[in-house]
Design a protein around this ligand. Structure first.
Ligand SMILES: Cc1ncc(COP(=O)(O)O)c(C=O)c1O
Length: 347
């Protein structure tokens, strides 16, 4: 195995956060480290929830903060579900959803996500049919979805939400690209039982800082109480997140490089016999490969110091999930997979 591994397996960012985030760390002084926040004195729970609320044009009390999006998802489940409660989740989705339903002895019920020609898609009709039959307490929708990478358009989201008025809907947008997000306010006005979940881990490259947030509808005040931390949040993390929000140009440039690289993987890997790369709207790409090369390709890439995720789930057991690294890393990976394919006469 190569001495210096390149990790492209956990949907993290290898570009790192904006320079302004490092400045926050360099300049952290005694008050930030030793004192609790004084945000309460002006009627908000955190300078970050205040900032997010201002950016979206919503009330601060509609923003709840957590230790990553994982924390918000878990708190939503723990706040509203108990033993026997039903949670609707997509067939192909992040394994964590089932785990947190299990923690409260809830029942995870799957609704179909379908493999299309270039990308996966939600089968909204079937989902609504299952919803009407099962009457779940909560529905999870992920857009973009992990690991399939597909997303719903705003119009599709609106149509689905209209039908799901009698339940709590958690819309996991951990992989959403910020900018053009003006729809949050509109969604919140129309859907009082909606929780939109976001994170600083993906687009903002701050997974290690563990900051996520939820935007909650008017009927969900219980969630706000449930998540509240009376002595405040991590003051350094709050400032780092705000520094990221203040650096839109830095992140936009990375997003456009990622778009180029998603297209590169789609175009190149689809030239290989037996490979099927799917269109993605996130910082990763799902690729189906011939079952028989699963082990040898994995070994070949590890020898070259390249770690990607070889999926090992019931329905996705001969698939790769490639996290987008820097352009240099992506090119290296793409060339390595091509080299393997040429050796095996698959192109
Ligand atoms: C779909 C989805 N939601 C949420 C998360 C959680 O992100 P974090 O807890 O780092 O904010 C992940 C992490 O990979 C994810 O794939």
């Amino acid at each position: 195995m190569s001495e210096k591994m390149i990790y492209l397996d956990r949907n993290e960012s290898n570009y790192g956060p904006a320079p302004a985030c490092f400045e926050v760390l360099k300049n952290a002084g005694l008050t930030k480290l030793s004192w609790y926040t004084k945000a309460y004195s002006h009627g908000v729970k955190s300078i970050l929830s205040e900032r997010i609320a201002n950016d979206f044009g919503i009330e601060e009390k509609q923003v709840v903060l957590g230790y990553g999006a994982e924390d918000i998802l878990k708190q939503a489940v723990q706040c509203y579900l108990t033993k026997g409660s039903k949670l609707l989740i997509p067939t192909y989705s992040w394994w964590y959803y089932k785990k947190i339903a299990d923690e409260v002895e809830g029942v995870g019920i799957e609704y179909p996500m379908v493999q299309g020609e270039e990308t996966f898609y939600y089968d909204n009709e079937k989902m609504l049919k299952i919803y009407k039959e099962e009457k779940p307490e909560m529905v999870f929708i992920a857009s973009p979805n992990n690991p399939t990478g597909n997303k719903l358009t705003l119009n599709e989201i609106k149509i689905v939400l209209k039908e799901l008025q009698d339940t709590i809907v958690v819309l996991d947008e951990a992989y959403a690209y910020m900018g053009g997000d003006d729809y949050i306010k509109e969604l919140m006005v129309e859907n009082p039982n909606l929780i939109v979940v976001r994170t600083f881990s993906k687009y903002y490259a701050l997974a290690g800082v563990r900051i996520g947030y939820g935007i909650i509808g008017a009927n969900l005040a219980a969630m706000s109480k449930f998540t509240n931390r009376y002595l405040g949040y991590n003051r350094i993390s709050e400032e780092i997140a705000i520094a990221a929000l203040d650096s839109p140009d830095y992140y936009r440039e990375i997003a456009s490089k990622m778009e180029e690289d998603r297209n590169m993987f789609f175009d190149e890997l689809n030239k290989i016999e037996g490979f099927k790369a799917f269109r993605s709207f996130a910082n990763f790409v799902l690729v189906e490969i011939p079952r028989e090369i699963y082990g040898t390709l994995k070994e070949f890439l590890l020898e070259k110091g390249l770690a990607i995720k070889f999926m090992n789930e019931d329905l996705l057991d001969h698939h790769l999930r490639i996290t987008l690294g820097t352009q240099e890393e992506n090119k290296m990976l793409c060339e390595a997979i091509m080299e393997y394919a040429v050796n095996e006469k698959m192109v």
